[in-house]
Design a binder for this molecule. Structure first.
Ligand code: IPD
Ligand code: CA
Ligand code: CA
Ligand code: CA
Length: 269
Protein backbone atom coordinates (compact mmCIF):
# COMPACT_ATOMS: atom_id res chain seq x y z
CA UNK A 1 0.00 0.00 0.00
CA UNK A 2 1.42 3.43 -0.91
CA UNK A 3 1.21 6.39 1.50
CA UNK A 4 -1.64 7.88 -0.50
CA UNK A 5 -3.54 4.60 -0.57
CA UNK A 6 -3.36 4.33 3.18
CA UNK A 7 -4.55 7.93 3.60
CA UNK A 8 -7.51 7.05 1.36
CA UNK A 9 -8.08 3.99 3.54
CA UNK A 10 -8.03 6.14 6.69
CA UNK A 11 -10.53 8.52 5.12
CA UNK A 12 -12.85 5.71 4.03
CA UNK A 13 -12.87 4.25 7.55
CA UNK A 14 -13.53 7.69 9.07
CA UNK A 15 -16.42 8.28 6.66
CA UNK A 16 -17.95 4.91 7.60
CA UNK A 17 -17.60 5.74 11.29
CA UNK A 18 -19.11 9.22 10.80
CA UNK A 19 -22.04 7.74 8.86
CA UNK A 20 -22.74 5.23 11.65
CA UNK A 21 -22.71 7.95 14.29
CA UNK A 22 -24.66 10.26 11.98
CA UNK A 23 -27.42 7.69 11.68
CA UNK A 24 -27.76 7.59 15.46
CA UNK A 25 -27.76 11.42 15.70
CA UNK A 26 -30.43 11.55 13.00
CA UNK A 27 -32.59 8.99 14.85
CA UNK A 28 -32.33 10.77 18.19
CA UNK A 29 -32.55 14.32 16.85
CA UNK A 30 -36.34 14.66 17.10
CA UNK A 31 -36.69 12.69 20.34
CA UNK A 32 -36.54 13.86 23.95
CA UNK A 33 -32.92 13.86 25.09
CA UNK A 34 -31.44 12.84 28.38
CA UNK A 35 -29.26 15.86 29.20
CA UNK A 36 -26.48 16.05 31.77
CA UNK A 37 -24.59 19.21 32.69
CA UNK A 38 -20.80 19.39 32.65
CA UNK A 39 -21.20 23.06 33.57
CA UNK A 40 -24.01 25.59 33.81
CA UNK A 41 -24.45 25.78 30.00
CA UNK A 42 -22.11 22.92 29.02
CA UNK A 43 -24.30 19.98 28.05
CA UNK A 44 -23.79 16.33 27.19
CA UNK A 45 -26.35 13.70 26.20
CA UNK A 46 -26.36 9.93 26.07
CA UNK A 47 -26.14 10.27 22.28
CA UNK A 48 -22.80 12.15 22.53
CA UNK A 49 -21.40 9.24 24.52
CA UNK A 50 -22.97 6.55 22.32
CA UNK A 51 -21.59 8.22 19.17
CA UNK A 52 -18.10 8.42 20.64
CA UNK A 53 -18.29 4.70 21.50
CA UNK A 54 -19.47 3.90 17.96
CA UNK A 55 -16.71 5.91 16.27
CA UNK A 56 -14.00 4.62 18.60
CA UNK A 57 -14.99 0.97 18.22
CA UNK A 58 -15.21 1.21 14.43
CA UNK A 59 -11.81 2.89 14.09
CA UNK A 60 -10.12 0.77 16.77
CA UNK A 61 -11.19 -2.33 14.90
CA UNK A 62 -9.70 -0.95 11.66
CA UNK A 63 -6.54 0.52 13.20
CA UNK A 64 -5.77 -1.18 16.52
CA UNK A 65 -2.31 0.38 16.85
CA UNK A 66 -3.53 3.98 16.46
CA UNK A 67 -4.06 6.39 19.36
CA UNK A 68 -7.43 7.95 20.22
CA UNK A 69 -8.59 11.20 21.73
CA UNK A 70 -12.29 11.94 22.13
CA UNK A 71 -14.15 14.71 23.90
CA UNK A 72 -16.33 12.47 26.03
CA UNK A 73 -13.58 10.09 27.13
CA UNK A 74 -10.30 12.00 27.08
CA UNK A 75 -11.62 15.27 28.53
CA UNK A 76 -13.58 13.44 31.21
CA UNK A 77 -10.64 11.34 32.32
CA UNK A 78 -7.85 13.83 31.66
CA UNK A 79 -6.15 11.39 29.29
CA UNK A 80 -5.46 13.69 26.40
CA UNK A 81 -1.93 13.29 25.15
CA UNK A 82 -1.16 14.19 21.58
CA UNK A 83 1.95 12.38 20.34
CA UNK A 84 3.52 11.91 16.90
CA UNK A 85 1.70 8.59 16.50
CA UNK A 86 -1.32 8.44 14.17
CA UNK A 87 -4.05 9.79 16.45
CA UNK A 88 -7.78 9.94 15.82
CA UNK A 89 -9.32 13.04 17.38
CA UNK A 90 -13.07 12.70 17.68
CA UNK A 91 -15.90 15.04 18.56
CA UNK A 92 -18.93 12.73 18.54
CA UNK A 93 -21.37 15.64 18.38
CA UNK A 94 -20.05 19.10 17.74
CA UNK A 95 -22.97 21.37 18.49
CA UNK A 96 -24.43 19.51 21.48
CA UNK A 97 -26.48 22.55 22.50
CA UNK A 98 -27.95 22.64 18.98
CA UNK A 99 -28.68 18.90 19.24
CA UNK A 100 -30.49 19.38 22.54
CA UNK A 101 -32.59 22.21 21.07
CA UNK A 102 -33.26 20.52 17.73
CA UNK A 103 -31.34 23.24 15.87
CA UNK A 104 -29.99 21.46 12.79
CA UNK A 105 -26.30 22.47 12.96
CA UNK A 106 -24.73 19.39 14.48
CA UNK A 107 -21.98 17.17 13.20
CA UNK A 108 -19.64 14.29 13.88
CA UNK A 109 -16.05 15.50 13.56
CA UNK A 110 -13.24 12.98 13.03
CA UNK A 111 -9.67 14.11 12.46
CA UNK A 112 -6.46 12.12 12.15
CA UNK A 113 -3.14 13.66 13.08
CA UNK A 114 0.16 12.13 12.02
CA UNK A 115 3.26 13.66 13.57
CA UNK A 116 0.78 16.05 15.28
CA UNK A 117 -0.21 17.40 11.85
CA UNK A 118 -3.94 17.25 10.98
CA UNK A 119 -3.89 14.90 7.96
CA UNK A 120 -7.37 13.47 7.40
CA UNK A 121 -10.65 15.18 8.26
CA UNK A 122 -14.31 14.19 8.11
CA UNK A 123 -17.14 16.45 9.29
CA UNK A 124 -20.65 15.08 8.76
CA UNK A 125 -23.92 16.90 9.45
CA UNK A 126 -26.51 14.11 9.16
CA UNK A 127 -29.49 16.44 9.57
CA UNK A 128 -28.86 18.39 6.38
CA UNK A 129 -26.77 15.57 4.89
CA UNK A 130 -23.53 17.44 4.33
CA UNK A 131 -20.32 15.41 4.36
CA UNK A 132 -17.09 17.41 4.31
CA UNK A 133 -13.88 15.47 3.71
CA UNK A 134 -10.22 16.34 3.29
CA UNK A 135 -6.85 14.65 3.04
CA UNK A 136 -3.65 16.65 3.38
CA UNK A 137 -2.29 17.29 -0.10
CA UNK A 138 -5.38 15.83 -1.81
CA UNK A 139 -8.06 18.53 -1.65
CA UNK A 140 -11.33 19.04 0.19
CA UNK A 141 -14.83 17.97 -0.78
CA UNK A 142 -18.46 18.54 0.15
CA UNK A 143 -20.59 15.50 -0.72
CA UNK A 144 -17.86 14.47 -3.19
CA UNK A 145 -17.59 17.85 -4.94
CA UNK A 146 -14.36 19.85 -4.63
CA UNK A 147 -14.71 22.98 -2.50
CA UNK A 148 -12.69 26.14 -2.09
CA UNK A 149 -12.64 29.19 0.12
CA UNK A 150 -14.11 32.52 -0.98
CA UNK A 151 -12.00 34.97 -2.94
CA UNK A 152 -13.29 37.95 -0.97
CA UNK A 153 -10.60 40.48 -0.03
CA UNK A 154 -12.62 43.31 1.49
CA UNK A 155 -13.52 43.04 5.16
CA UNK A 156 -16.71 45.07 4.76
CA UNK A 157 -18.06 42.48 2.29
CA UNK A 158 -17.31 39.55 4.61
CA UNK A 159 -19.62 37.27 6.51
CA UNK A 160 -17.96 36.64 9.88
CA UNK A 161 -18.62 33.59 12.05
CA UNK A 162 -17.79 33.33 15.71
CA UNK A 163 -18.73 31.38 18.81
CA UNK A 164 -19.71 32.19 22.37
CA UNK A 165 -18.36 29.02 24.05
CA UNK A 166 -19.54 27.40 27.23
CA UNK A 167 -17.83 29.51 29.88
CA UNK A 168 -20.03 32.04 31.65
CA UNK A 169 -17.15 33.82 33.43
CA UNK A 170 -17.65 37.54 33.13
CA UNK A 171 -14.14 38.28 31.85
CA UNK A 172 -14.46 35.61 29.12
CA UNK A 173 -17.90 36.82 28.03
CA UNK A 174 -16.77 40.46 28.07
CA UNK A 175 -13.80 39.55 25.89
CA UNK A 176 -15.88 37.53 23.39
CA UNK A 177 -18.77 39.97 23.06
CA UNK A 178 -16.54 43.06 23.17
CA UNK A 179 -14.44 41.80 20.29
CA UNK A 180 -17.44 40.66 18.24
CA UNK A 181 -19.15 43.97 18.92
CA UNK A 182 -16.19 45.96 17.61
CA UNK A 183 -15.55 43.62 14.65
CA UNK A 184 -19.17 44.01 13.56
CA UNK A 185 -18.46 47.61 12.52
CA UNK A 186 -15.97 46.31 9.98
CA UNK A 187 -17.80 43.36 8.36
CA UNK A 188 -21.08 42.77 6.53
CA UNK A 189 -22.70 40.54 9.12
CA UNK A 190 -22.17 37.92 11.80
CA UNK A 191 -23.30 34.29 12.14
CA UNK A 192 -22.98 32.09 15.23
CA UNK A 193 -23.95 28.51 14.36
CA UNK A 194 -22.91 26.73 17.58
CA UNK A 195 -20.36 24.38 16.01
CA UNK A 196 -16.68 25.14 15.63
CA UNK A 197 -16.16 22.24 13.18
CA UNK A 198 -19.05 23.33 10.95
CA UNK A 199 -17.86 26.94 11.01
CA UNK A 200 -14.44 25.84 9.75
CA UNK A 201 -16.19 23.90 6.97
CA UNK A 202 -18.35 26.95 6.19
CA UNK A 203 -15.14 28.91 5.56
CA UNK A 204 -13.78 25.98 3.53
CA UNK A 205 -16.72 26.05 1.13
CA UNK A 206 -16.79 29.83 0.88
CA UNK A 207 -20.18 30.59 2.49
CA UNK A 208 -18.43 32.22 5.45
CA UNK A 209 -15.36 34.40 4.85
CA UNK A 210 -13.95 34.77 8.36
CA UNK A 211 -14.13 32.68 11.52
CA UNK A 212 -12.79 33.60 14.91
CA UNK A 213 -13.10 31.64 18.16
CA UNK A 214 -11.17 32.11 21.38
CA UNK A 215 -13.00 29.57 23.49
CA UNK A 216 -13.07 26.22 21.76
CA UNK A 217 -13.20 23.16 23.95
CA UNK A 218 -10.33 21.00 22.75
CA UNK A 219 -8.52 19.62 19.69
CA UNK A 220 -11.67 17.67 18.68
CA UNK A 221 -13.30 21.00 17.74
CA UNK A 222 -10.60 21.82 15.19
CA UNK A 223 -8.66 18.73 14.05
CA UNK A 224 -10.90 17.65 11.16
CA UNK A 225 -12.01 21.15 10.14
CA UNK A 226 -8.41 22.36 9.95
CA UNK A 227 -7.52 19.77 7.27
CA UNK A 228 -10.68 20.46 5.29
CA UNK A 229 -10.14 24.21 5.44
CA UNK A 230 -6.48 24.18 4.44
CA UNK A 231 -7.17 21.70 1.63
CA UNK A 232 -9.85 24.09 0.36
CA UNK A 233 -7.15 26.76 0.04
CA UNK A 234 -7.84 28.43 3.38
CA UNK A 235 -5.64 29.29 6.31
CA UNK A 236 -6.08 28.49 9.96
CA UNK A 237 -3.93 30.52 12.32
CA UNK A 238 -3.68 31.91 15.79
CA UNK A 239 -5.66 35.18 16.01
CA UNK A 240 -2.31 36.93 16.59
CA UNK A 241 -1.25 35.76 13.12
CA UNK A 242 1.16 33.18 14.50
CA UNK A 243 0.94 29.48 13.62
CA UNK A 244 -2.16 27.52 14.52
CA UNK A 245 -1.73 25.39 17.63
CA UNK A 246 -4.20 22.53 17.81
CA UNK A 247 -3.75 22.27 21.57
CA UNK A 248 -4.71 25.92 22.12
CA UNK A 249 -8.33 27.03 22.40
CA UNK A 250 -8.38 29.88 19.94
CA UNK A 251 -8.06 30.18 16.21
CA UNK A 252 -8.86 32.36 13.25
CA UNK A 253 -9.65 31.15 9.74
CA UNK A 254 -10.01 32.83 6.37
CA UNK A 255 -8.81 32.75 2.81
CA UNK A 256 -5.17 33.86 2.38
CA UNK A 257 -6.18 37.28 0.98
CA UNK A 258 -7.92 38.25 4.21
CA UNK A 259 -5.39 37.00 6.76
CA UNK A 260 -3.41 40.19 7.27
CA UNK A 261 -6.46 42.46 7.46
CA UNK A 262 -8.29 40.03 9.75
CA UNK A 263 -5.33 39.71 12.13
CA UNK A 264 -5.06 43.50 12.20
CA UNK A 265 -8.81 43.84 12.85
CA UNK A 266 -8.61 41.22 15.62
CA UNK A 267 -5.67 43.01 17.24
CA UNK A 268 -7.25 46.47 16.98
CA UNK A 269 -10.93 45.81 16.61
C1 IPD B 1 -18.74 23.36 21.29
C2 IPD B 1 -18.94 23.95 19.94
C3 IPD B 1 -19.14 25.43 20.03
C4 IPD B 1 -18.02 26.12 20.76
C5 IPD B 1 -17.77 25.46 22.09
C6 IPD B 1 -17.54 23.97 21.93
P1 IPD B 1 -19.59 20.86 21.70
O1 IPD B 1 -18.53 21.97 21.17
O2 IPD B 1 -17.85 23.70 19.06
O3 IPD B 1 -19.16 25.97 18.75
O4 IPD B 1 -18.39 27.46 20.99
O5 IPD B 1 -16.61 26.02 22.68
O6 IPD B 1 -17.32 23.39 23.17
O7 IPD B 1 -19.54 20.90 23.19
O8 IPD B 1 -20.91 21.17 21.12
O9 IPD B 1 -18.95 19.62 21.18
CA1 CA C 1 -19.14 19.41 24.68
CA1 CA D 1 -17.06 20.42 20.14
CA1 CA E 1 -18.93 17.49 21.45
Amino acid sequence: MSGNDSLQGFLAAAVDAAKKAGQLIQEKFYQTKHVEHKGEVDLVTETDKACEDLVFSHLKQCFPSHKFIGEETSAAYGTMELTDEPTWIVDPIDGTTNFVHGYPFVCVSIGLTIGKVPTVGVVFNPIIDELFTGIRGQGAYLNGKAIKVSSQDQLIKCLLASETGTSREKSTIDDITGRINRLLFKVRSLRINGSCALSLCDVACGRIDLFYINCYGGPWDAAAGAVILTEAGGLVYDPSGRDFDITATRLAASNPLLKETFVEALAHP
